[in-house]
Design a protein around this ligand. Sequence first.
Ligand code: ATP
Length: 519
Amino acid sequence: MKKKIVFTLFILSLVLSSILLYTYFFSYIKFNSVTATDRILVWIITLGLLLYYIRLEKNPQLAAETIITEKKKHDDKSNDSNRPDVSFNDVAGLDEVKEELQETIDFINNSDKYMKMGAKIPRGILFYGPPGTGKTLFAKAVAGETKSTFLYASGSEFVEKYVGVGAKRVRTLFEKAKKDAPSIIFIDEIDAIGTKRNTENNNEKDQTLNQLLVEMDGFNRNNTVIVIGATNRLDLLDDALLRPGRFDRHIHVGNPNVRSREEILKVHTKDKPLDCDVDIRDIAKKTHGFSGAQLANIANEAAIIAVRNKKSLISRTHFDSAIERVVAGLEVKNPHVLAKEKRLVAHHEAGHALVGKKLKVDMIQKISIVPRGQALGYVLNFPDEDRYLLTKSELLNKIRVLLGGRAAEQIIFGEITTGASNDLEKATKIANQMICTYGMSTVFGNIVIKDQYRFNQSKIDNETKKIINSCYDDAIRIIEENKIMLQEIANHLLEKEILYGDELDTIYEKYKFPIKNAT
Ligand code: ATP
């Protein structure tokens, strides 16, 4: 900001100096009131501004001052909202995390009790886990429950090209926290500054990290300041940051299970007018693998869809549309799909559904050939219960279902299309994980392969190919044996564009027993 002002002033005075210079040499333009001293003064000011601008550009100290002044202004502005009114009641589910944090809260609220016993206040808590799972919300809730000042910073804010600027920002942040204690400093994406240090000296990032370590060591007992860091990559963090006395409490905040999803949905629908057909538990079941942020988004989307449809209550169909929007993307309006392509898509999706149904992989909620996002069709499915472990045969079945679309194209049209690229990517990923992460391949056995390139990439590729080819053969066989069922599903899709789970069940019951050599 300061640099911009100096630059603007410099340009203005440069223009003025140029005019004065011009009128000095071309006497037919007269500025009677401008004396020689005025001219010299303007030229000196211009030169001064130019030199000052160059100094600002080159000198990190001045740049840092500028940035910190801006930050101070920002902090002052946000002072009112520094004590969040978020409590644990606003954070649904994840009871184990709440329990773990309860002690820290007690420590802040009754610090005397602990100090009398000579116990030290915990300094750092590290939340790790996938995005959108409520890490920031938890940090705010700790501040809310303890009536502490909440200071938010993102790791990337400390990354600067000027050496020393990041470190100075860390210092400023901690000074403010100590001044406003009790306080919670929340550093989101801490991996931006906290990754393992390398051997380069005077690296700006290392200086920032060093400063953070120094600040975390430097609290005295009277300062109730707790630093909460959040990251999606715990493995990248420097060991010094994780040692006792710094971020020594590591709490995993993962995607919610079905019960937590139900709780989160309840929190986000409590002020919304719901129709009586809305079953929150049912929505929780259909949203396996969703994060808290996605669930909040679904509740909001459903409300928007209800308003768009001019309804006064949010119904089940609004929630279903919201889930579909999150899973498959926006519905394409007036899509121009050729009739031939539609037939292909219908058989491709029917292939996935049929293999899935036969192998009992997940519950199929809906099959659609209405284009959404980049997909021309999709099968909406979800597991009937939360699973934490998968067997080798279950993983192979997942691959078979993914390849069911291509297998159907091959059998019905005698040709394969580009439509399976995303399926192939997912199938290859699972097969690769089976070999390298889960030790499930017959060739390599029970080992984890960390460095695939060093290990012998071509051997791994061959093994991946073997798994994929064998699963593809199985998918082909299943579809060959159930060709009539496949055609019935595809015909239904071509006629109505959508096939619901119960309709699929009816077709499945009709043709449950394979008819060999069907035409
Ligand atoms: P990131 O890693 O991307 O920074 P995060 O883990 O910090 O994400 P939050 O910002 O805390 O996630 O969550 C985003 C939003 O999701 C919250 O504002 C809230 O609306 C909703 N949310 C997430 N988890 C929960 C939960 N357990 N209870 C209620 N709401 C939740």
